[in-house]
Structure formats: C-alpha cells, structure tokens
Design a protein around this ligand. Structure first.
Ligand code: M6R
Length: 609
C-alpha cells in the first residue's frame, strides 16, 4: 500500500506533488520520491525515510517543470532504501513509473529482461514495468502501456511519464485505487482523494482495467484494448479529514473494511495456480529442514499473540509439530527451553515491539532458528530474524489491530499447510480442499461486512454494560480472546474471554441476570459441548449473543440473538468469526463516545518495555 500522485498543467508540479504526498503519507512512509520533467530532462529525487527526508534533499532545488509524478512507499518487494524508492526508470531514463500494488510475475519478467540486456538498479517488482515499456515502445505511448499491462499479473495502480511525451501522463488501475482530478488547464492523479481535495472536487474514479491518458486540457479514458470508456464525473463531497479515512469515520472502520483486500494480498503468489500447494518461496524449506525441528515456539504480544494461539492450533493440527505459544514479555524472562532444534516464530505487525524484538534476540542467542511474521518490510524484527514472511496488510493506523490480525491468521494457516505438505502430514485431497476454501475467504469477509445493522443494534443495546464475557472452545476460544481485547481497548468495557469448559471452575460465579455473554459456536467438532456451556450461562439469566456459521439451525433455540458468518472449514472460520467482534467493539466504542483510533493510555507500537 503506497501513495501515488501526478500533475500536469501550467504550474510548477513539485509543490502539488509534495503537498499530495504529505496527505498520503499514512499510506506508506518508508521512503518517497518525485520525478519532474522540465524543458529537457527528467529530474528525479528519492529518499529512504519519511517524506521530510525527501523535502530536506529538495531544499534549495528549483523545479519549474509542469509535469511530474510522486510516490510514498510502503515496501513490499525490496527493503526500504534510496534505490528501491519510486519513481523507477528504464535503462535510459526515458520512461518513469510509480506503482502501488504487487506485480506477481515480476521474477520471470525480470529474468527475461535481463537476458535481453536490461540493467536493473533496484530490488523492486515495479522496475520491470519501466523496462517493459522501454521494450514495447514504438512511438505510441498509450499502445506501449497497453502492451505492458497485458504482460503483468497482479495488482496495481500505475502512473507513467515519458520524456518522449512531455504533454502526457498515463495511468492504469487494477485492484488498487486511482483517481484523476479535473482542474482548469491542469489535471491531477492520485491513489486517494485526500491528495487532490484541496485542488479540485471534480474527479474520475477509475475502475479496474481502465487506463487514463491525462493531458493538461483533457482526460481520455479507455479500456485495456484502447476502446474509449464513457465516464461520469464524481463530485467529492467529503471534507479533507474524511477523505484521508477513505470516507470512513475512523481509521479502524476503514481498516476493518480493508480486510478482504489485505487477506487477498497476503495470499497472493503464495498459492500454486492449480490450487494444489502453498508456495512460500521466501522460505524455501525442505522436509529435512523440518525434520531437524522438534518444537516450535510462537512469541508475540497483544493481538499478534492471539494470532499466535491460532497459529499453534494450525501447526499442531496440520503439520503435527509441538508448538508452545508465549507472550514476548514472559518468554524473555522465562529461561525458555530453546535450542538449535527449536523454531521460534515471532509475530509482530509493526516489527518494532520491544518485548518481541528482545525475545527474538534471546531465542537467537540460544541457538534457535528464527522466523518473523511481520507487516513492515525492513523493520527491526524483520532485520533481526533469520527469515521473514510478510503480511501484506498495508499500514495499520488505528491502535486497535484488525487487518493485521486477519492477515496474520491467513499467513499462519498457509505456513502450517506449507509445513504439513513438506512433512506429508496432510493428504493431497485435504490440502486441495483447504486451499479451495482459503481462496473464498476474502469474498466471505466481504459478505460478513455487508450487513452491520444488527451489530450496531447490539452495540447500542449493550454498549453501556460494565462487563461483557466472551466464551468459546477450541479456536472459538482464541477468537474470543481477541474479541474481548478489541472491546476493552477501545470501549473501556471490562471484557473477559473464557474457555467455555472453564466456566464452572470459577467464572460462572460472575454470570448474573442481564450480563451479556458473547458465545462463539463455530467449531463443529465441539459444537455440542459449546451448546451445553451456553445452557449453563442461560440458566443464570445471562443475555447470550451467539456467533455461528450460516446453516446452523440449532443455535437460535439456545441464545437471545445470533450473528451468522458464512460457513467454511472450522480451521478457517476464525477469519470470519472475528469480524463481527471487531465491529461490535467499534460500534460499542462509538456508542460510548470513545476516541476509537486513539484509545486512552495506548500507543500503536510499543517500543519501550
Ligand atoms: O506491532 P505488534 O504486532 O508487535 O503489536 C503488538 C501489540 O502491541 C498489538 O497487537 C496491540 O495489542 C494492539 N493494540 C491490539 O489491538
């Protein structure tokens, strides 16, 4: 997830580019760059670090060019560095490109281009696009762009500039946002509306497969074959703050709604095309490697720890290796039994959590093999671990973690299945079945997000209770822990999660008339037991809200309300069951007037002990 801007008109491009990037910095902030074309040359400046570092480099530089593009990066392929920052160019610097997304087939394309004599200067997937256009260009800029788009697979919003066509910018969209802002004698391009809202409210919002040929006085939109598309102007009515949140009231809600894409991106390129295997190319493990491991330790904090609990279930169930899960703040002082036969997996959205980093260092000191699961390329944890697999959730701004959790879950699932396939602990048939269901998860999350009205009603009805209990068995218990954390951290309601079977060992004493109990009942293998626990709390007059899979015709008999999620395998259903719990926490916090994105006493990244 990166930010993109472009300008073409009569004014100097650079001020708009830098202003637009400032508005988009929430989309990515590990490096930034701009390219401006003046009368003769393309001037490019880029810098690793926040946008201020780029602005510092540009101090004292006079840029008069009236056409330019810019980018603020959230690294996916290639660590944050000056070289990997966008814009990228072809061999001769004649074509310049900025990109948001992932070019999935960039490796074979890059190899073929290198074989033809192209010289690459970065580790990014994007650079292949610049070299491809050099390869296809025969005098017609738009035709060359269309030829490039036919070659690349994956997701993108792209903006192209060429010194051969100083009156034109061309942009294209697939699975990533792109908008063209319409001015008088000038036009703007941006990945998101906040970048252009101070300049114009008249826009074309591009659809997948569309290409815009943008000049200072005209915008022509075509499909990928070059056929004109008749486009209606969209008038933006949001204020600047709402625009930054994509029209949502809070970053948390925006991020909850980004989960289908975040999960899809995290899966992308990691499932064989024929649906038979998980392909975690970044690991390149073998059966021999896994045979040398007798125990896995998963170490993390907060929500990432909850994802680790689910990860334990996945690895033990599928790959049949013993897994311990520990809080990083405990692990580091526990004198853990860890040696060179232990694989320590640390999970961290930010890659900067100090306890997790310290635990990782401790594990390494004891000789363990280490793997980081993180959302931030080039973060301290990513650099420290022996190996890294990234979640592709894009920047998470809200303190309450949502899309990071679901992407961590999907990654832990894929990791477990990858290990299982190497160890032959799942049959080919079962693997195919699970992969088939895995691919449906993004659409099923979208379905879960499509009807929030009942959740809002529950939040209004129970949002002022002092205590809420979450219960569940097996994976439902792990999801209950995450649901309770979400509720307490943003609504300040006392929320506790219990393994349903533990109720009668103490907690049942707290269940009195009218106490809300959220009962997760999605795990078919323990369904009957869960129902009998629900009966226990109902018998104490609790108000029970069940979370169940579509098609469950029993649950309604035992609970006061039900929230259904789409049905899938019980291993995958946590990815769906957590969504109503995130939304419930969100709307409860709204009901209570809490500051959702910045809850009291909490910080997004805990970099102190
Ligand atoms: O960046 P990390 O994943 O290492 O952060 C770990 C926790 O601090 C984090 O998950 C925290 O619990 C969230 N605020 C929960 O929503």
């Amino acid at each position: 997830m990166c930010g993109i801007v472009g300008y073409i008109g009569n004014k100097s491009a650079a001020p708009f580019l830098l202003d637009g990037l400032t508005k988009l910095e929430y989309r990515g902030y590990d490096s930034a760059g701009i390219a401006v074309f003046d009368a003769h040359d393309v001037f490019i400046e880029k810098s690793v670090g926040r946008l201020d570092a780029l602005k510092e480099k540009l101090k004292g530089v006079t840029l008069d060019g009236v056409i330019g593009i810019g980018h603020t990066r959230w690294a996916t392929h290639g660590r944050p560095s000056d070289q990997n920052a966008h814009p990228h160019t072809d061999c001769n610097g004649e074509f310049v490109v900025v990109h948001n997304g992932i070019i999935e087939n960039f490796m074979p394309l890059k190899e073929a281009l290198i074989a033809k004599g192209h010289h690459f200067t970065s580790e990014t997937d994007t650079e292949v696009v610049a070299h491809l256009i050099e390869e296809f260009y025969e005098g017609d800029f738009a035709a060359a762009v269309r030829a490039v788009l036919k070659k690349i697979e994956g997701s993108y919003s792209l903006v192209f500039m060429s010194e051969k066509h100083p009156d034109t910018l061309i942009c294209a969209k697939q699975d990533n946002p792109l908008v063209v802002g319409l001015g008088d004698g000038e036009n703007f391009i941006a990945s998101d509306i906040p970048a252009i809202i101070s300049r114009t409210r008249r826009t074309y919002i591009l659809n997948d497969g569309e290409i815009a040929i943008v000049k200072k006085d005209s915008v022509e939109i075509t499909d990928r074959e070059g056929k004109p598309v008749d486009k209606k102007i969209f008038h933006v009515s949001w204020n600047a703050e709402a625009a930054e949140k994509g029209g949502y009231e809070h970053f948390m809600l925006k991020e909850i709604n980004e989960q289908p894409k975040a999960v899809r991106d995290t899966m992308s390129k990691r499932v064989a095309k024929d649906g038979s295997r998980i392909t975690l190319d970044e690991l390149n493990w073998s059966k021999e490697f896994l045979d040398g491991i007798d125990k896995v330790y998963i170490v993390a904090c907060g929500t990432a720890y909850h994802a680790g609990l689910v990860g334990k279930f996945y690895i033990e169930k599928l790959a049949r290796i013993l897994v311990e899960v520990d809080l990083a703040s405990e692990f580091r002082y526990r004198d853990p039994i860890v040696d060179e036969k232990t694989l320590v997996i640390v999970i961290s959205q930010s890659g900067e959590t100090s306890d997790t980093l310290a635990a990782l260092k401790e594990a390494k000191r004891r000789g363990a093999r280490t793997l980081a699961v993180t959302n931030v390329v080039g973060s301290s944890i990513a650099r420290e671990a022996d190996q890294v697999v990234h979640t592709w959730a894009g920047p998470e701004i809200a303190v309450a973690s949502t899309k990071a959790y679901t992407t961590q879950l999907i990654l832990m699932f894929m990791l477990a299945l990858y290990m299982a396939q190497l160890r032959s602990t799942v049959s080919d048939e079962r693997a195919r079945e699970l992969i088939g269901l895995l691919k449906k998860i993004p659409a099923q999350i979208s379905e879960t997000l499509s009807d929030v009205e009942p959740i809002k009603t529950f939040a209004r009805r129970y949002g002022f209770n002092e205590d809420v209990f979450y219960i569940g068995r097996s994976l439902d218990y792990d999801v209950a822990l995450e649901g309770a954390l979400k509720l307490k951290e943003i609504s300040y309601i006392h929320a506790e999660a219990y393994a349903s079977g533990e109720l009668k060992h103490g907690t049942l004493a707290l269940i009195v008339e009218g106490v809300p109990v959220i009962a997760l009942a999605t795990q078919k293998s323990v369904y009957e037991k869960t129902i009998s626990n629900i009966k226990e709390v109902k018998a104490r007059d609790a108000v029970v809200i069940g979370i169940a899979a579509d098609g469950d015709e029993e649950i309604g008999k035992f609970v006061d309300h039900v929230m259904f999620v789409p049905d899938t395998d019980e291993l995958l259903i946590p990815l769906l069951a957590v969504v109503p719990l995130q939304l419930l926490a969100y709307y409860a916090a709204i009901t209570r007037g809490c500051d959702v994105d910045k809850p009291r006493n909490l910080a997004k990244s805990v970099t102190v002990e």
